[in-house]
Design a binder for this molecule. Structure first.
Ligand SMILES: Cc1cc2nc3c(=O)[nH]c(=O)nc-3n(C[C@H](O)[C@H](O)[C@H](O)COP(=O)(O)OP(=O)(O)OC[C@H]3O[C@@H](n4cnc5c(N)ncnc54)[C@H](O)[C@@H]3O)c2cc1C
Length: 511
């Protein structure tokens, strides 16, 4: 195969995954990153000997045969990293769902919910039957990718048969599904709470997505380690050193294979002649000619500014103009001088303070920040990665979803005040938190906008609204490909890696 000159915009996980595959295939890769550090939202914040992850927490997709593992194995990086199987806790104002001390089987949450909501017992059983069937299908779908030839056809047939039971739910939204199983708004909120993070209302989210956002093994890792025969449940892991470790290993791979990574180098413009991408114009005014260009980054910034609206067909303009995005996030990273596990039994806990998920989303969309009153999460990365804090100290992250733009005031003005309010809310869960602070780093939407070069920050890219898909990897412009969390593949650590792998495979096939 002839060596191609490949230009990649963005050294986030998408750009680094693409760069790794293409450099390994012998192509001449250059990655342009506007910020002074690589990693995008998979990067780190650092201060006074502490490190915090600026984005990802617990990662799906790194168990046996899962997508992240497949990518890292293909790149030869799997053995360079240490994966720690974990789970998380969950609290609502009236009930807590921490895993029991003694393992009580795959469905302990089902039994616990029946104790909490006895009048909902029938619905709870029906939900868990639905959940189990859907998880089988999710696993079959994952395995389908690895099957070939006639075996693949038979497997598809089996999947089709199994799916026929759930086909009627294809056009249903999550609110309809939960109304089918439950009456009590509190139990419905348990299964839709995470949608507040996506700023997507239950009526907008697909019913069939509900099991995927409520994986039982996320709340008890022993489902995978102790319940023999239950290995089909998806897994959740931390990576020692954080998700940034993937970026670091990819960086070595790219550089060892002749690739270049240019930081503080913004791609201002993709140069397009007669519908063909020819090169990139950089922030220092220079132009680099390329055979193929892959771009990550947000849809409006890349399509409207870097590619240029005049270069995209009307149908794509219509598609991107109609898209709805998630809102942003507010992070308070703390370095503290005592072990917070004294008060919080797990290194990650989601604290929901409201059952009205829809109203909370509505307010966020209107630019009103809840200041921790609707809920927050507390994450302690230095438990799985002790190097993220000085000896005897702990790195703690408190985070909430928030509007990208405030209805009143700016994030720059409100930053410290809102950080204080959020720490006070978190203090109710971890007493002594305020007193124990040694250092703090606050990241607002305004900081995220700078870090990843966007005019409007969205925590996860496109909102997972029924029927909404991001632009395809293959753009209408010849030799120009679109990758990353905003593209058709969607986001998440393993999701972004898998989507980028799909795009790269397509590129390699086409040339
Ligand atoms: C707060 C938060 C929490 C998350 N939690 C989880 C989690 O728990 N589990 C999980 O699996 N995933 C999580 N994710 C999602 C996951 O981290 C992302 O989907 C993934 O890292 C996105 O990678 P990307 O390369 O597409 O985008 P980015 O990381 O945004 O990278 C894009 C890069 O392109 C650069 N860039 C943009 N425009 C230009 C330009 N014109 N020129 C040069 N460079 C440019 C940016 O500076 C940036 O570095 C989280 C994300 C966030 C933000």
């Amino acid at each position: 195969m002839n060596e191609m000159k490949v230009g990649i915009i963005g050294a986030g996980l998408a750009g680094m995954t693409a760069g790794s595959y293409l450099a390994l295939h012998g192509h001449n890769v250059t990655i342009y990153e506007q910020y002074h550090m690589i990693g995008g939202v998979a990067g780190l914040a650092e201060q006074d000997g502490y490190k915090w992850e600026i984005g990802p927490l617990l990662l799906g997709g790194f168990g046996p045969r899962e997508t992240g593992t497949i990518v890292l194995t293909e790149l030869g990086l799997q053995d360079q990293m240490e994966f720690i199987l974990e789970d998380r806790g969950l609290e609502f104002p009236d009930f807590k769902l921490w895993k029991p001390k003694e393992f009580q089987g795959r469905y302990w949450r089902r039994e616990k919910l029946k104790e909490l909501f006895p009048e909902e017992s029938e619905g709870i059983d029906a939900y868990y039957e639905f959940y189990t069937g859907m998880i089988d299908l999710i696993n079959m779908n994952r395995d389908l990718e690895l099957k070939k030839g006639l075996g693949k056809q038979f497997f598809k047939l089996r999947m089709g048969l199994k799916f026929s039971k759930y086909k009627k739910f294809v056009d249903w939204n999550a609110a309809q599904l939960l109304d089918l199983f439950f009456k009590d708004e509190k139990i419905k909120a348990l299964f839709t709470g995470i949608l507040a993070d996506f700023v997507t209302k239950p009526i907008e989210f697909p019913a069939l997505g509900i099991p995927q956002i409520n994986i039982e093994s996320a709340f008890d890792k022993r489902i995978l380690t102790e319940a023999l025969g239950m290995l089909g449940e998806p897994t959740f892991h931390y990576i020692r050193g954080g998700a940034f470790k993937i970026i670091q290993e990819m960086e070595k791979l790219i550089l060892n294979n002749g690739g270049k990574i240019k930081t503080e180098t913004k791609a201002e413009r993709i140069l397009i002649e007669k519908g063909v991408a020819k090169g990139v114009q950089l922030s220092d005014g220079s132009i680099e000619n390329m055979d193929v260009i892959l771009s990550s980054g947000s849809i409006p910034d890349i399509f409207n500014d870097v590619i240029g609206r005049e270069n995209i067909p009307e149908s794509l303009k219509e598609q991107i103009d109609g898209l709805r995005y998630m809102e942003s996030c507010f992070f308070v990273h703390l370095g503290i001088n005592f072990n917070p596990l004294q008060s919080q039994p797990n290194q990650l806990c989601y604290y929901y303070e409201t059952y009205d998920i829809e109203e909370s989303i509505e307010r966020c969309r209107r630019g009103i920040y809840h200041k921790g009153k609707d809920g927050f999460l507390i994450y302690i990365p230095s438990i799985h990665s002790p190097s993220m804090a000085p000896e005897g100290k702990y790195a703690v992250t408190i985070y909430t979803i928030c509007p990208d733009r405030l209805k009143e005031g700016t994030w720059e003005e409100m930053k410290d005040h809102y950080a204080d309010l959020l720490i006070k809310e978190a203090e109710k869960k971890i007493p002594g938190l305020y007193e124990g602070i040694e250092t703090r780093v606050v990241m607002t939407p305004a900081d995220f906008r700078k870090r990843i070069n966007t005019k409007r920050h969205s925590f996860g890219g496109l909102a997972p609204i029924m029927g909404q898909v991001g632009p395809s990897h293959k753009t209408p412009i010849q030799n120009l490909w679109y990758i990353g969390a905003y593209s058709e593949s969607g986001g998440g650590i393993s999701g972004t890696m898998w989507g980028t792998r799909t795009a790269v495979k397509q590129i390699l096939k086409e040339i």
